[in-house]
Design a protein around this ligand. Structure first.
Ligand code: NDP
Length: 447
């Protein structure tokens, strides 16, 4: 008999936590999971999944406009926010139930309440007051939006609230130039709101390849988004039914809603980590080693709470590696090289490997191959959007170390191309591959 109530207790039923919990339970371990909101975490409840549905919604609007060149006459088209919002929420609830069922089916026990540490092996469930003990504890509490503390910030929403807004505002201002700001500015504009995106830098998506950034800057402008660079709000005031946003240079802009997308922070506040002796970084991220182990041998952390690569599939892989390491006697560190990702702007960005700037700093004999063309579909539709692709190779053998696409289906294309990059293939391997014609992706083998 174990002296603990659970072999594993997981805090947080998001992507990483649920994967680890279900795998441990399937191995016959006694597993408990605590979730203070709904099972599914950021990705399912207020992130990737509902966001992608909003992107699809915005794309239908675009398709209706562009269909005229293909012979369609659509006499009247209108958009109903409440319909899309409620359909998405129904689907989110369905998925959240699937997350609960998968835990249940595998024999893991879900507590729908918050858990806080009271000691290295002890947790308190805060609603019921129940104290539990666990041999191993996995922290998978994710992250949450962060906003600067400016006067009137209480009038702003974050992505958390954007999914359940009562109405789609006529005018909206999105603050930030990262993933969430760029995606939501595209969504709001695509659904018909007059959208302003305000970014303190001079080109969106800092950290991405410079050419990708400038392609996204152009894409946002083509979509009718008024992007204001070099600006940051200094205060927000409620004026009548709307808002007035002031900037450091004295400019003021009236809008109906403001959404802050100024970054996310690890969700560790009030977890009682000091009672367990778990070390955190200055921003609240849990410090872990390559095996996701904290400074306490029996406490691990995966996903956004560790602030490494904050992406759902990475959290899942970290959860799986944790199970191998702790319960299968097979130490595994998840390899974070060449992780592909997409930014679901319109058109989207697909990216894997290093940017040209990083390649030049890291590698020898760097060569760059680009193409920039008007996709076939856009000729008849009249869309001004273009497709940009960039391949970066390193060394005499021209190993592909970076691949970046801004264009329709970029997320889909990069997933397949990432296999080749991860496998260390060369430009000659790409060139030796026969094209699929006519596609956007064929450009990758004819660069
Ligand atoms: P990001 O860190 O990507 O972007 C934050 C943005 O806010 C940056 O443009 C930053 O500017 C700006 N900013 C920060 N502080 C301030 C401030 N005080 N005033 C004005 N602007 C400020 O965070 P996101 O919240 O967009 O996304 C968080 C993470 O979530 C991403 O990094 C990604 O890992 C993940 N994610 C992934 C998605 C996907 O895979 N499609 C979708 C959404 C999120 P600056 O650039 O100057 O620092």
């Amino acid at each position: 008999m174990s002296k603990y109530d659970y072999d594993l207790f997981v805090i947080g039923a998001g992507s990483g936590g649920v994967r680890a919990a279900r795998l441990a339970a399937a191995l016959g371990k006694k597993v408990g999971v605590a979730e203070e909101h709904r099972a599914g975490g950021t990705c399912v409840i207020r992130g990737c999944v509902p966001k992608k549905y909003l992107v699809y919604g915005a794309e239908f609007g675009k398709a209706i406009k562009e269909s005229a060149g293909y012979g369609w006459t659509i006499k009247s088209a209108s958009f109903n926010w409440a319909t899309l919002r409620d359909e998405i929420q129904t689907e989110v609830s369905r998925l959240s139930n699937i997350y609960e069922n998968v835990l249940d089916k595998n024999g893991a026990e879900l507590f729908k309440e918050r858990a806080e540490f009271t000691g290295p092996h002890t947790l308190r469930l805060t609603s019921s007051g129940r104290e539990i003990t666990a041999k191993h504890i996995l922290i998978a509490t994710g992250g949450q939006p962060w906003s600067p503390d400016i006067p009137g910030i209480n009038h702003a929403i974050t992505s958390n609230e954007a999914f359940t807004m009562d109405d789609l505002p006529q005018r909206i201002m999105v603050i930030g130039g990262g993933y969430i700001a760029c995606e939501f500015a595209g969504i709001f504009a695509g659904l018909g709101a007059k959208t302003t995106q305000v970014y303190r830098g001079d080109s969106l998506l800092r950290g991405f390849d410079e050419d990708v950034r400038s392609a996204v800057d152009k894409g946002q402008a083509i979509n009718g988004i008024d992007v204001k660079f070099g600006q940051s709000p200094s205060s927000i005031k409620k004026i009548g039914g709307g808002l007035k946003v002031s900037f450091a240079d004295g400019t003021q802009i009236a809008t109906d809603m403001i959404m802050m997308a100024t970054g996310r922070v690890p969700n560790t506040f009030g977890l009682g980590l000091e009672k367990a002796g778990v070390k955190m970084a200055g921003n609240g991220a849990i410090i872990v080693d390559e095996f996701s182990k904290t400074n306490k041998a029996h406490i691990y952390a995966v996903g956004d709470v560790t602030d490494r690569v904050n992406l759902t599939p990475v959290a899942i892989r970290e959860g799986m590696a944790f199970i191998e390491t702790v319960f299968k006697d097979n130490k595994q560190a998840y390899d974070r090289t060449d992780i592909a990702s997409a930014v679901f702007t319109q058109p989207p960005v697909g990216s894997v490997g290093v940017s040209e700037e990083e390649a030049r700093a890291k590698h020898r004999d760097v060569q760059v191959f680009t193409t920039d063309f008007r996709p076939m579909k856009n000729i008849l539709s009249g869309s001004e959007h273009r497709c940009f692709m960039k391949m970066i190779t390193a060394g005499k053998k021209q190993r592909v170390v970076g691949l970046h696409i801004v264009g329709d289906y970029a997320g889909e294309i990069i997933q397949a191309a990432a296999i080749a990059v991860k496998a260390g293939l060369t430009k000659a391997d790409f060139d030796a591959t026969c094209a699929v014609h006519p596609t956007l992706a064929e450009e990758l083998v004819t660069l």
